[in-house]
Design a protein around this ligand. Structure first.
Ligand SMILES: Nc1ncnc2c1ncn2[C@@H]1O[C@H](COP(=O)(O)OP(=O)(O)OP(=O)(O)O)[C@@H](O)[C@H]1O
Length: 284
């Protein structure tokens, strides 16, 4: 039996201990980009043996932007994402998250950074034995002092934010459609009020209508919650529909980061082929 979510912004435990503010009501933050960029990467180098993946890669993700990250297969998009998430340690270079040097972060600082970020992995990466609500509760229980009952209420609220019916709360991932899996993974990424969201091919595997709806959801949440979004995608429709800027990975670094209109005019061979090739959208 599902409970109705309590949408009040604060909760307290029964003993009346210090009230824990739960920021269910994200406040839209200004898109100012003034020196508080949530991701700053400088001279990143990654290689596996002799295989150089990134060479002096620089990238800044500005606060409040929806950034699309594109590049050919094997260009290093996932390795870049894993480096930013701290899942892969680069050979050299600096990664700053919210102004803090990731590679120097102490365990508790790393945990605080993780609490401010959410990830939607390719395919959802849900815990197969946990229900939808339990999947979404996992980071809430890890990063806050809320009770399971309170965490469940937040999970139900996040479900409604991403358009999941409450009756899905007790289903397991094997009982969900592809779109519902993505929405559950997105709700989990947003569970602890992350400010920065990483999406790895969020529309892959969805039909065109489902993909467009998911694009709309991402853009709507980004705008209403003031999120910064780093989105790896192969989906040209997503780039046109929701991205403020696009970063192109080629030749072992980010060769261009700009608005799509600028990319369409680029004469870089890979970018030109991407937008003007057989499946491209740009005219001319
Ligand atoms: N753990 C690893 N050991 C060795 N090589 C690796 C490892 N992880 C990635 N690579 C190599 O690094 C290169 C970049 O891989 P990555 O997965 O980042 O590419 P990608 O841009 O995400 O590709 P795709 O779009 O196909 O998913 C590939 O050549 C891959 O084989």
């Amino acid at each position: 039996m599902t409970e109705e979510p309590d949408i009040s912004a604060e909760t307290s435990d029964d003993s009346g201990k210090k009230r824990e503010k739960l920021s269910l009501n994200h406040v839209a933050k200004p898109k100012n980009g003034q020196g508080d960029d949530p991701v700053v990467i400088e001279k990143l180098n990654n290689r596996f043996g002799d295989h150089v993946i990134h060479e002096d890669l620089d990238l800044v993700v500005k606060r409040g932007e929806v950034l699309g990250v594109v590049g050919g297969s094997g260009s290093g998009k996932t390795v870049l994402l894993n480096s930013i998430l701290g899942l892969h340690r680069p050979q050299s270079g600096d990664i700053h998250l919210f102004g803090q040097k990731l590679l120097d972060a102490k365990p508790e600082e790393g945990k605080a950074l993780r609490a401010k970020t959410g990830v939607l992995f390719q395919g959802g990466a849900l815990f197969s034995t946990l229900s939808v609500a339990e999947n979404i509760m996992t980071p809430i229980l890890e990063f806050t002092r809320l009770s399971p009952r309170e965490a469940r209420q937040i999970a139900l609220l996040k479900m409604s934010m991403v358009g999941l019916p409450l009756r899905a709360a007790d289903l397991t991932p094997s009982e969900l459609s592809g779109g519902m899996i993505k929405r559950t993974a997105l709700a989990r990424a947003l569970a602890v009020d992350a400010e920065l969201i990483f999406l790895d091919e969020p529309t892959a595997g969805l039909d065109p209508i489902g993909a467009a709806a998911f694009d709309d959801l991402i853009r709507g949440l980004a705008d209403s919650l003031g999120l910064t979004v780093f989105m790896i995608t192969h989906d040209l429709d997503s780039l046109y529909a929701i991205c403020d800027e696009i970063a192109v990975l080629a030749d072992r670094h980010v060769v261009l980061k700009d608005r799509i209109e600028v990319l369409e005019k680029s004469d870089h061979p890979w970018i030109h082929e991407y937008f003007h090739g057989p499946r491209g959208r740009a005219k001319g």
